[in-house]
Write a protein that binds this ligand. Sequence first.
Ligand code: IPE
Ligand code: IPE
Ligand code: MG
Length: 238
Amino acid sequence: MRLPKHTAIIMDGNGRWAEKRGLPRTAGHKAGAETLKKIIAYAQKKGIEIITLYAFSSENWKRPPEEVQTLMNLFRTYLKNDVNELMKKGIRVSFIGEREKFDADLVEQMNRLERQTADFKGFHVVLALSYGARNDIINAARQLAAKAARGQLKPQEIDESFFSAHLSTADLPAPDFIIRTGGEERLSNFLLWEAAYAELYFTPVFWPDFNEEELDKALESYAKRERRFGGLKIKQKV
Ligand code: IPE
Ligand code: IPE
Ligand code: MG
């Protein structure tokens, strides 16, 4: 079966999963963290090379402070225990997003995990934390403008690959496949530039209920799709 080399997931629906059960939204986030562990392990087993997971958007800071606080504590525990375990298994871990917005101890953890796994080949897990694609694009534009202002760059030297090299995803191939759980059919500021030719998959399943079988279903759907990138089907008569 043809597999996406780089799969990205918008892990949505934690809050509604909890509400449906009469639980506080934060219980949904806790359950979601368990799903994350399971799905990372399964994606590796399936042979996906890179998995990018949207865990917190640059807009999610707008949520009530108690919810944001719970999420921060979950990230803290997750980075210390689970992501640390990934590192021990030889998995490369990196982060995209506005790192500086997090508490110093979290920033330190992220930097350490990235540093210690930078040379790991094989499976790569990318966590998007306080990530927003528009922000990322603006950052790239600013870097290029600064270079141009210093006379180090001519406007005509800016092409797609040069621009891509200034995004936080510079060292990653574009995602082949983007899955969104939770029933909404939108990107919510995720990988806008990189998603130009990604195959999209939406499922109503809430993230805490997403499992190996659901990932298999998604991957089967991907395998059936024909990617044309604006070209034509192979072996088609013109
Ligand atoms: C996704 O679940 C997790 C984060 C955005 C942090 P939500 O919290 O958005 O859950 P719903 O969409 O309200 O159900
Ligand atoms: C997108 O979900 C962000 C993450 C899953 C981390 P949201 O719940 O924030 O998206 P909207 O607000 O429904 O678009
Ligand atoms: Mg949501």
